[in-house]
Write a protein that binds this ligand. Structure first.
Ligand code: UTP
Length: 463
C-alpha cells in the first residue's frame, strides 16, 4: 500500500498523527511501518478508538450498575468436590479417562499474555518457580499431559493423544517455539503441540488516539485472552481438532472474577468490576454469596467453540484496562509514563458463558488445583514462592498418604505434619515429577514405609 493511500486511510480513521514522524524515517523503517499500518482497516480502527475512549470515560458508572444486577449461580448448578461422595468422584474420573483414551480431549493453554506483573522478559511458561528440579511451568504441564495419556492408556488399553493447543501472541510465539524445540518438546510428539498466534490491537490514549511507541511503530497489545475465539478462526484450530477427532477440550489458564448471573445470564465478573461491598456480601448462613471464584479452568465442547466462532465472536464485550504505555512525545522523545496514559482493550475468554445452553460450575479444592503465578516475589500473594510452596505441600501430602516418612540430612526423623497452613512450607521437601504421579496415584509402590531424606526429587527415572 502506498504512503498516500495509507495516509488517507488514517485520516478517515481520525488517526493522521500516526505519520507525524514520516519525514524522519529511513527507507527500511518506512517500508516496515507501511506494512504494519496497511493491516488496519480505517472504519474498524475508528470504531476501536472511539469505543476505547468511551469505555474508559464511562467505566465508573457501568461498574455501579453491575453490582445491582448480579446474583449468585443457583446451587443446583454448582457441583463440588467437597460435597460429592467418593463413588461419584471416581465415576467422573473414570469417564474422564475414558474420553481421554478415545483421544477426545485436548488441552488449550492461553499463553499470549505479557506477564507484566511477574515482570520477566520472556513468556511466563518458561519461568521456573524454583522447585528443586528447576522445572519450568511448560515442562510441568508437558509432563502432566504425558502422564495423563499414559494413565488413560493403561486403564483402557488404547493408545491415545491429548493434543496441546497453545495460544501465543506476537510477544510470546517465537520464544515459546524456540524453547520447545530446544527442549525436544519435553518428550511430547511435536506434531501434537500446535502453537498459534492471537491478534494484536492498538493501544489508545484517553482521547481516542493511537499511541506511538516509536516514531515508526504503534503501541499494540494482545486482544485479551478472549482473543482466543478470533485466533481459533484465523488459525483453523477447530479444523485441526476435528481432524484429530477431539470432541471435548479443557484449558487451564488462571483466576479472575466470580461466577454469577447478571440479569439472569451466566457470567464471570472481575473483582475489579464490582464494589468491594458486593464481594463481601454474605448469605443467611454466613457463607460468602459470591464464593465461586473462576480459576479460568474451563471445559468446552468443540461444538460450543464452533458455535461461538461462527455466531457470537463479534458480540464479546470489550473490557478496558488502563495501562502505562511507553510512547514518543511530539518532539520524538521516548517516554516511559509513571501513571496510566493509555487504554488497552481486552476480551475475556469466559465472556462466552452467556451463549451456552448448558452451564454448570464445579467447585474444586483450592489446595489441590489452584495456586496462580501472577506477581514477582516481594508481593504478598500469587508469587513464585507461593506457587512453589503449594506444589511442594501437595507432593508432601501425597508422599505421607502413600506411607512415606521423612528425615533430615543428618538422618533424624522429621515428624509428619498432616495439616499445613496456607502460608506454611511443608517440613520436608519431596518434589514428585508428573511423570511419576499425576494426582498422587501410584506412589505406594515407591514410597510405602520408606524413610525419605529431605530434600528429594522423585523423577521419572526412579520408577
Ligand atoms: P492475565 O490477564 O492474568 O495476564 O492473563 P498475564 O499476561 O498473565 O499477566 P499480566 O496481567 O500482564 O500481569 C490470564 C491468562 O490469559 C493469557 C495469559 O497468558 C494468561 O495465561 N492471555 C492474556 C492471553 O493468552 N492473551 C492475552 O491477550 C491476555
Amino acid at each position: 500500500m502506498s504512503f498516500e493511500e495509507t495516509k488517507s486511510r488514517l485520516e478517515t480513521a481520525g488517526q493522521a498523527h500516526i505519520l507525524q514522524f514520516w519525514s524522519e524515517l529511513s527507507f527500511d523503517e518506512r517500508h516496515a511501518f507501511l506494512t504494519e499500518l496497511s493491516q488496519l482497516e480505517p472504519e474498524e480502527l475508528k470504531e476501536h478508538c472511539r469505543r476505547a475512549a468511551d469505555c474508559a470515560n464511562s467505566q465508573s458508572t457501568s461498574q455501579d450498575r453491575l453490582d445491582q444486577r448480579m446474583e449468585p449461580v443457583p446451587p443446583e448448578f454448582i457441583g463440588s468436590v467437597r460435597k460429592t461422595d467418593e463413588k461419584s468422584l471416581i465415576a467422573w474420573e473414570d469417564e474422564g479417562f475414558l474420553q481421554i483414551s478415545k483421544s477426545k480431549v485436548a488441552v488449550l493453554l492461553l499463553a499470549g499474555g505479557q506477564g507484566t506483573r511477574l515482570g520477566v522478559p520472556y513468556p511466563k511458561g518458561m519461568y521456573s518457580v524454583g522447585l528443586p528440579s528447576g522445572k519450568t511451568l511448560y515442562q510441568i504441564q508437558a509432563e502432566r499431559i504425558q502422564k495423563v495419556q499414559q494413565l488413560a492408556e493403561q486403564k483402557h488399553g488404547s493408545k491415545c493423544t491429548v493434543p496441546w493447543y497453545i495460544m501465543t501472541s506476537e510477544f510470546t510465539l517465537e520464544p515459546t517455539e524456540r524453547f520447545f524445540k530446544e527442549n525436544h518438546f519435553f518428550g511430547l510428539n511435536p506434531s501434537d503441540v500446535f502453537m498459534f498466534e492471537q491478534r494484536m490491537i492498538p493501544a489508545v490514549t484517553f482521547d481516542g488516539k493511537v499511541i506511538l511507541e516509536k516514531k515508526s511503530k504503534i503501541a499494540t497489545a494482545p486482544d485479551g485472552n478472549g482473543g482466543l475465539y478470533q485466533a481459533l478462526v484465523d488459525n483453523k484450530v477447530l479444523e485441526d481438532m476435528e481432524k484429530r477427532g477431539v470432541v471435548e477440550k479443557a484449558y487451564p489458564a488462571e483466576p479472575v472474577g466470580v461466577v454469577c448471573r447478571v440479569d439472569g445470564v451466566y457470567q464471570v465478573v472481575e473483582y475489579s468490576e464490582i464494589q468491594p461491598e458486593t464481594a463481601e456480601l454474605r448469605g443467611p448462613g454466613g457463607e460468602l454469596l459470591y464464593s465461586a471464584g473462576n480459576i479460568c479452568n474451563h471445559f468446552f465442547t468443540r461444538d460450543f467453540l464452533k458455535d461461538i466462532t461462527e455466531n457470537f465472536r463479534g458480540q464479546l464485550k470489550q473490557h478496558v484496562a488502563l495501562k502505562k504505555v511507553p510512547f514518543v512525545d511530539k518532539e520524538g522523545n521516548q517516554v516511559k509514563p509513571t501513571k496510566p496514559n493509555g487504554i488497552k482493550m481486552e476480551k475475556f475468554v469466559f465472556d462466552v458463558f452467556q451463549f451456552s445452553r448448558k452451564f454448570v460450575a464445579f467447585e474444586v479444592l483450592r489446595e489441590e488445583e489452584f495456586s496462580p503465578l501472577k506477581n514477582a516475589d516481594g508481593a504478598p500473594l500469587d508469587t513464585p514462592t507461593t506457587a512453589r510452596r503449594s506444589l511442594l505441600a501437595q507432593h508432601y501430602r501425597w508422599a505421607l498418604a502413600a506411607g512415606a516418612s521423612f528425615e533430615n540430612s543428618s538422618g533424624e526423623p522429621i515428624p509428619p505434619k498432616h495439616s499445613l497452613a496456607r502460608d506454611e512450607d511443608p517440613p520436608a521437601v519431596c518434589e514428585i515429577s508428573p511423570l511419576v504421579s499425576y494426582f498422587g496415584e501410584g506412589l505406594e509402590s515407591v514410597l510405602k514405609q520408606k524413610a525419605i531424606r529431605s530434600p528429594l526429587t522423585l523423577d521419572g527415572k526412579m520408577t
